[in-house]
Design a protein around this ligand. Structure first.
Ligand code: 3H9
Length: 697
């Protein structure tokens, strides 16, 4: 039929085969091929049933996301799936890998579905700022009922084939050869005299249930959880149409709502986030055929919270890991910490006790560097001080086997200097995990001056294996993420001196979509970290770079954040809920007075500009220095490590969407008003004046 969709007949069964690597996405050629193949099979009198099967690692994983925003090409997917469903001969989708989005919509327009046990099915469109636009919101509720359909469509999370079987999305689980399984199922249908069974004609799962109440409850839940998101509420409206309108009108309503999502800025931001996360793993100047070292065992130096979190990342994916501590006592504590961390997951129900015990057998506590002589990769996670790192790396150099990768989890120290503590700087790389390391997805892979290509490639590969989003960065103070967040944190504090309250700043940023405001975040991580950086900076920075003094005043009053029960907010014993700190206003007023600032009302918009434009300006400097490869890598870091809202696309995408001339002009004004910190990045100035974007670089 075409290069990507073929049709062959095996006896009375027509086999339609999709082969469009890497994920069989429904680009125009696949849509045409499917439509032509199903029409031809329908017209062939020899054909009694049709089997749809895919080549490669997965069934159709959805519409071709690259086509969004481009002029639509006919036939559209809704037309294709309606044609499949309308067919008079029974059709069977054979699912392996993931049937996602448009892929599941194609499958549910077939009359029957069988799947491998390992398969997953879902409608993840909401994660791209969309809703299922080819009948998914009308057909899934008819298959599984409104409640489950709402859960799946609004969360976007896939379900396993076994659950799909229970729910009636799948008719049978199969194994072995996909085509053979499909043909066998189809032949049985023919033998049993079973014909077309159209999902769109069903109403049994919709009848006799208070669907309106389910919709109202979901609306309220979404309003509370994700108030700023555009597509979830539209997903709900589309599902609502499945029981308030006949199929054809419901499908029309779905198209309208899909169209609204398609043109929303959130959709383009989320699609940007999807593609750039994958792009970040590609290193432009690293030859494609760079070999990767085998990593079958690992070790972590330091069994504190960070070290344990890192060790568990390895154990989670089946890699045996040793934790080295200074004494038996410290080692026992580290092992206890491993168990405690896993126990939290067991209590939450996300890990079985059995799985926990299996993983714990992979973790071994040791106290002697000689025990690390056989490991393939070591990650140092000790105290952030160069002298301490020096001792560790000298010991690693002595004891580790040739070819072992020696990684540092430093968050700000000079990796090149650390590498020189060894006689093999080419084997040294930074693996900057984010706390809690076993939870946070981001991994900055720090490329030192002498890091060998295969070490870098291996570090990126191990990041993927650990299920992290690995992003390569260069060496500088704080790398990409922390270097930028410093600007953001400092400006937030200046805003307090100028008249804002922590709740106001946090509130404005949360409304923008940040997972957490800067002050709640500070309280969580403890004010002492910021304070020690400030102290260091006071000694090294030129006088024109003023620093806020609020942290010092708070520390003097014993307010160090959640750990002291008091920081920018106060916390009741055992609670993490931030409450107003009644002692703070006096501290803020004293700080304003000291700086000769008259406190004033600040708008949310101004708060966003002062904090987010500080991130953007530093991001531009980072790009210019080549510390990040591309602006989108910075976005990936911010979305995955700093709670930046994916629907805003990341700080650099956000800047592009505002227009760099606007951002640049505001930064120039801040420079005049607030001095040296705000010197515009030359790259930003250049792009703004040329009318270009970061994305154009
Ligand atoms: C939709 O269906 C709308 C409809 O309801 C209505 C239409 C009217 N398109 O993730 P990986 C690329 S919306 C184009 O690394 P994995 C990806 O960029 C869609 N390209 O592999 C990468 O390219 P590269 C709903 C796509 O094994 C390569 O494939 N569906 C698409 O870790 C490998 O990807 C989704 O949202 C696509 N749809 O994971 C599913 N998908 O090699 C989105 C992937 O050049 N996809 N690519 O970097 C996924 O969740 C994962 O890719 C998947 C495989 C689980 C399938």
């Amino acid at each position: 039929m075409s290069d990507v969709v073929t049709l062959e007949r095996q006896g009375a069964i027509a086999v339609v085969r999709v082969n469009n690597p890497p994920v069989n996405a429904l680009g125009i050629a696949v849509r045409e091929g499917l439509q032509d193949s199903f029409k031809a099979a329908e017209a062939d009198p020899q054909v009694k049933a049709i089997v749809l099967v895919c080549e490669g690692s997965t069934f159709i994983a959805g519409a071709d996301i690259k086509e969004f925003g481009k002029p639509p090409k006919s036939p559209g997917l809704p037309e294709v799936v309606s044609g499949i469903e309308a067919g008079s001969k029974p059709s069977v989708a054979v699912i392996h890998g993931t049937a996602l989005g448009g892929g599941l919509e194609v499958a549910v327009s077939c009359h029957y579905r069988i799947a491998l046990k390992s398969a997953k099915v879902g409608l993840p469109e909401v994660k791209l700022g969309l809703l299922p636009g080819a009948g998914g919101t009308q057909r899934l509720p008819r298959l599984v009922g409104v409640e489950k359909a709402l859960d799946m469509i609004v969360s976007g999370n896939p379900i396993s084939a076994s659950e799909a079987l229970e729910l009636g999305v799948i008719d049978e689980l199969v194994d072995g050869d996909l085509t053979a399984a499909g043909i066998a199922f189809a032949e049985k249908l023919i033998a049993d005299g079973k014909g077309a069974r159209r999902t769109g004609e069903r109403t049994d799962k919709l009848d006799g249930i208070d669907n309106a109440a389910l919709v109202a409850a979901k609306r309220a839940e979404v309003e509370k959880k994700t108030p700023g998101l555009f597509s979830p509420q539209r997903c709900i409206s589309a599902v609502e149409a499945s029981f308030t309108l006949p199929l054809e009108e419901g499908l029309k309503r779905e198209r309208e709502l899909f169209g609204e999502c398609l043109v929303s800025p959130q959709r383009s931001a989320l699609v940007h986030a999807f593609f750039t996360e994958r792009l970040a793993s590609k290193i432009d100047d690293l030859p494609k055929d760079t070999p990767v070292r085998e990593i079958n065992s690992a070790a972590v130096i330091g069994g504190g919270t960070m070290g344990v979190g890192i060790a568990l990342c390895f154990a989670n994916v089946g890699i045996p890991v040793k934790i080295l501590e200074v004494s038996d006592e410290a080692m026992d504590k580290a092992m206890e910490r491993c168990r405690d961390t896993y126990m939290m997951s067991v209590k939450r129900g996300s890990l079985t006790e059995d799985a926990m015990n299996k993983r714990l057998t992979l973790v071994e506590g040791v106290t002697d560097y000689a025990d690390l002589s056989g490991v393939d990769l070591v990650v140092e996670a000790v105290f952030e001080e160069m002298g301490v790192k020096q001792k560790v790396f000298e010991a690693l150099d002595t004891h580790c086997k040739p070819g072992a990768i020696l990684a540092s989890n430093t968050s700000s120290l000079d990796l090149n200097q650390i590498a020189e503590f060894t006689k093999r700087p080419q084997d040294v790389v930074g693996l900057h995990f984010f706390s809690p390391a076993n939870v946070m997805r981001l991994l900055e892979v720090v490329r030192g001056e002498k890091t060998a290509n295969d070490v870098l490639a291996t570090a990126m590969a191990i990041g993927k294996k650990l299920k992290k989003v690995a992003v390569p960065v260069g060496v500088c103070d704080g790398f990409v993420g922390n270097r930028m967040v410093f600007q953001y944190g400092r400006e937030s504090e200046f805003l307090l001196e100028e008249g804002a309250t922590p709740a106001q700043v946090d509130g404005a940023l949360r409304k923008f979509g940040m997972a957490m405001g800067p002050f709640a975040m500070r309280d969580l991580s403890g004010l002492d970290i910021g304070l020690s950086i400030r102290t260091r900076q006071r000694q090294t920075l030129p006088a024109e770079f003023k620093l806020p003094t609020i942290l010092d005043k708070m520390a003097a009053a014993g307010m160090l954040g959640q750990k002291t029960g008091k920081g920018f907010y106060v916390y009741e014993k055992g609670s993490r809920t931030p409450l107003n700190n009644p002692e703070l206003p006096a501290i803020l007023e004293a700080a304003s007075k000291e700086q000769g600032i008259e406190r004033r009302e600040l708008t949310d918009e101004y708060i966003l500009e002062r904090t987010l434009f500080a991130l953007i300006n530093e991001g531009a400097k980072i790009l210019e220095e080549g510390i990040a490869q591309r602006s989108s890598d910075i976005d990936v870091i911010y979305i995955n490590g700093y709670g930046f809202p994916a629907h805003q696309g990341g700080p650099m995408f956000y800047a592009d969407s505002l227009g760099l001339d606007h951002v640049y002009n505001r930064i120039c004004e801040f420079h005049k008003q607030h001095g040296a910190w705000w010197k515009p990045a030359p790259l930003l100035e250049k792009l703004a004046k040329e009318g270009r974007k970061f994305a154009d670089l």
